[in-house]
Design a binder for this molecule. Structure first.
Ligand code: C2E
Ligand code: CA
Ligand code: CA
Length: 726
């Protein structure tokens, strides 16, 4: 339907103007009609009473003048009187009867239709009869006036007056009135129609057309209503509304364009990032395979090659040997001459070893001063020869800072299949053998299963540790974790300390591995968690609300009892579980990733959160990290401590931070020993730091004032470390 058809061809009863005009005309007709009818009625009443008055006056007149004529039988006079009566327009008859009812004189209007009809019907000229009959006629008003003379009744004057002339007159007047009224209302209706249509309907139709244009998306044609009434106002408001709509649609279109552009930009960024990440991953992989200092295969690479050796040996039914070696007194050289000299020594050692080995032998650096040599198709007898060759290669002095140093090494030997059938067991066997060699100052030692656990030293130490757990010889130290941006202490890491009554302080690195091997790690971890919870409660009461990080060993995650025990312990404290965090080292995760994911997911249901500890040493993959319910990565201190001097380490730290942020993880750097490293980390967007530069691990009593203060004073580093025992 077009706009035009709607405007012109409107249906009367469906249009506003039709309804309005019909109503107005109906009301006018009703009012005027009622008024005409009332007029008619009142005029009729007045005329009738006039007629009656006139005939009464006539009666009185006749009654007063006729007695003489009656008494003198003067019929002429009586007839003359009747002649007079005859002049009355509406009088249809007038008769004077004598007392016997005989007419003395009479006048009768034979032209009157009623009289004429009566006469025709009665077929007689008997006036008495005719007049009697007329009694019942409603159109004729009859009156009679007795004529007395000195109280003697002389006769009766009867007069009949017709109402019909007046009624006819009034009726034609009424009809005239009705016709005039009708013409008036028609004109009125037409007038209202014209005015209403022009002043009301036109603007309304304009508004309808405007609304239709909006519906069709045309927003620039305004509605023009030139009027100051409500419709004019409505038109203005309508136009304003249209303007608003137009701008908001334009804004929306603009926003859509911006969103599209942003999306494109984002996609490009994501593609760039993915490319970058790929590059970083490739770089990491390269770095991951080789030790950046010596260029030798690193622990990860050695583990890989060991895996291959296992596959080959199992397939070919062959044997192979792992030789593990670490330098004696390396720590002293490092501490007294500095890292640079230590590094130089390690490079030299690597070169000398390479020199005496065959090309098929695989030499790698496991970390620190630990080296491993994989000898394919070699039994322990031949491995002894290699061990001897190593010792002789190390005999000549090393020159560091223009000083000569003689260095010795401890060597452990383990052979497949008798000393281990998996990568970790054979490495552990070689490690135990090396440990034994060092303890006993032997040049080398072949793994002896009997000598492993049952060396008296180990046995007694483990017995003492069991006792220490029960007798509270252990103590937790706490090292603050600081938010770089705000300098606030957001948490502490709980680190166990053993103060042996006779042997003195034993560092955790010396008893934790043993506790792990002997199974004592279970009660030890429960003791640590329990003590940390009690300490955390004390701080909670003092209004100190910080995160507490607790170290877990792989053995804890393998323990089916661990989750229920932990749940019980966390239920028995008023401290919300969100304030506890558990650290698991990356390498222990990598030992059995699928299992760890499963256990962590289970513990995650208790709302327990996890951090990956010593990150960078275990060579985990991005995809694995995504699977783990961890929220924090703790970059291993070996990278942090060296990043100032080693650009490879700095690059690794940089990409780890970037990668962690992309995965939505927080990054903490441990081992921050000076302000330069701290600044470097801040520039790389690292979130948190921990290290001697901020504070050494401290006993609860000593760290509490620091926590009460809440933030770390960068201008006064090491403020908390003066009282440290380590
Ligand atoms: P971790 O978990 O990597 O702990 C950090 C170690 O780095 C601590 O050594 C800490 O004192 C040390 N450290 C912190 N800042 C610096 C720094 O700036 N420079 C240097 N050079 N070192 C710094 P700590 O206390 O001797 O602990 C050694 C390891 O023993 C821990 O390494 C952890 O693996 C284990 N450990 C300690 N307490 C527990 C425990 O309660 N449970 C378990 N399972 N392991 C523990
Ligand atoms: Ca830790
Ligand atoms: Ca660590």
């Amino acid at each position: 339907m077009s706009d035009h058809s709607n405007v012109v061809g409107f249906v009367w009863h469906n249009s506003l103007v039709g309804k309005f005009v019909t109503l107005a005309v109906a009301v006018a007709l009703l009012i005027l009609g009622t008024q005409a009818f009332i007029n008619y009625q009142s005029q009729k009443n007045t005329s009738l009473s006039n007629i009656i008055n006139q005939s009464e006056m006539l009666g009185s007149f006749i009654v007063s003048i006729t007695p003489e004529a009656i008494l003198s039988y003067d019929y002429d006079a009586l007839n003359n009187y009747m002649e007079e009566v005859n002049k009355g327009e509406d009088i249809v008859y007038a008769v004077i009867f004598n007392p016997d009812g005989k007419a003395l004189t009479s006048y009768i209007d034979r032209r009157n239709s009623i009289i004429a009809e009566k006469m025709r019907n009665t077929k007689t000229l008997m006036l008495e009869k005719v007049i009697k009959d007329l009694n019942s006629n409603k159109d004729i008003i009859q009156q009679s006036f007795p004529i007395f003379f000195q109280n003697r009744l002389l006769g009766d004057f009867k007069v009949g007056v017709s109402k019909s002339r007046i009624e006819k007159e009034l009726q034609s007047k009424l009809i005239n009135q009705i016709v005039i009224n009708f013409i008036f209302t028609t004109l009125l209706g037409a007038g209202i129609f014209t005015v209403f249509r022009h002043y009301t309907m036109k603007p309304i139709l304009q508004l309808i057309q405007g609304a239709k244009r909006i519906a069709a998306g045309i927003l620039d044609k305004k509605v023009e209503i030139k009027s100051s009434d409500e419709l004019g106002h409505l038109g203005d408001v309508f136009n304003q509304m249209m303007d608003k709509l137009k701008t908001s649609i334009e804004d929306k279109d603009e926003a859509l364009v911006t969103v599209k552009e942003l999306n494109l930009y984002l996609e490009e960024r994501v593609m760039d990032r993915t490319k970058e990440l790929k590059g970083v991953n490739e770089q990491l992989e390269k770095l991951a395979m080789n030790d950046s200092l010596t260029g030798l295969p690193n622990r990860f690479s050695i583990q890989n090659r060991l895996n291959n050796l296992f596959i080959e040996a199992k397939r070919d039914n062959s044997i192979f040997t792992v030789v593990m070696m670490d330098l004696d007194r390396f720590k002293d050289i490092n501490d007294t001459l500095g890292h640079d000299c230590g590094d130089q020594l390690l490079i030299e050692v690597g070169l000398r070893l390479k020199d005496i080995l065959r090309p098929s032998d695989i030499l790698g650096r496991l970390g620190g001063d630990e080296f491993a040599i994989l000898l394919a198709d070699t039994d322990e007898i031949n491995a002894k020869t290699v061990a001897n060759k190593i010792q002789s290669a190390l005999e000549p002095s090393f020159y560091l800072s223009d000083m000569a140093f003689s260095i010795s090494a401890s060597i452990g030997i383990a052979t497949y299949p008798q000393h281990g059938t998996t990568t970790s067991t054979i490495l552990k066997s070689a490690d135990v053998a090396m440990y034994y060699a060092k303890q006993n100052k032997l040049e080398y030692c072949i793994y002896n299963p009997g000598a492993d656990r049952n060396t008296p030293d180990r046995l007694s130490l483990m017995g003492e540790l069991r006792q220490a757990i029960h007798e509270n010889q252990l103590e937790l130290f706490y090292q603050p974790e600081v938010d770089i941006a705000s300098s606030r202490i957001i948490g502490v890491e709980a680190l166990v300390r053993w103060n042996h009554p006779e042997r003195g302080f034993i560092p955790p690195d010396d008893f934790i591995p043993m506790a792990e091997q002997s199974g004592l790690i279970r009660p030890l971890t429960y003791w640590v968690i329990n003590s940390a919870i009690r300490q955390r409660e004390k701080w909670h009461e003092m209004g100190i609300d910080i995160l507490i990080s607790i170290n877990l060993s792989m053995h804890n995650l393998n323990d089916a009892d661990f989750a229920p025990q932990l749940e019980m312990m966390l239920q028995n404290t008023t401290v919300p579980v969100e304030y506890f965090e558990f650290e698991v080292t990356e390498s222990s995760i990598m030992d059995n990733p699928d299992h760890v994911v499963e256990v962590m997911d289970k513990l995650n249901m208790l709302n327990v959160s996890f951090a990956v500890d010593d990150f960078g040493t275990g060579y985990s993959s991005l995809s694995l990290l995504k699977k783990l319910p961890v929220h924090k990565l703790k970059i291993d201190k070996s990278f942090i401590m060296d990043m100032e001097t080693d650009s490879d380490d700095a690059a690794i730290v940089h990409s780890v931070i970037d990668m962690a942020h992309i995965l939505g993880l927080k990054v903490i750097a441990e081992g921050v020993e000076n302000g330069t490293v701290l600044k470097l980390l801040a520039s790389l967007d690292c979130d948190l730091v921990q290290g001697y530069h901020i504070s050494r691990p401290l006993a609860a009593k000593l760290i509490t004032p620091l926590l009460e203060h809440g933030s770390w004073d960068a201008s006064n580093p090491n403020s908390g470390s003066v009282h440290s025992l380590r």
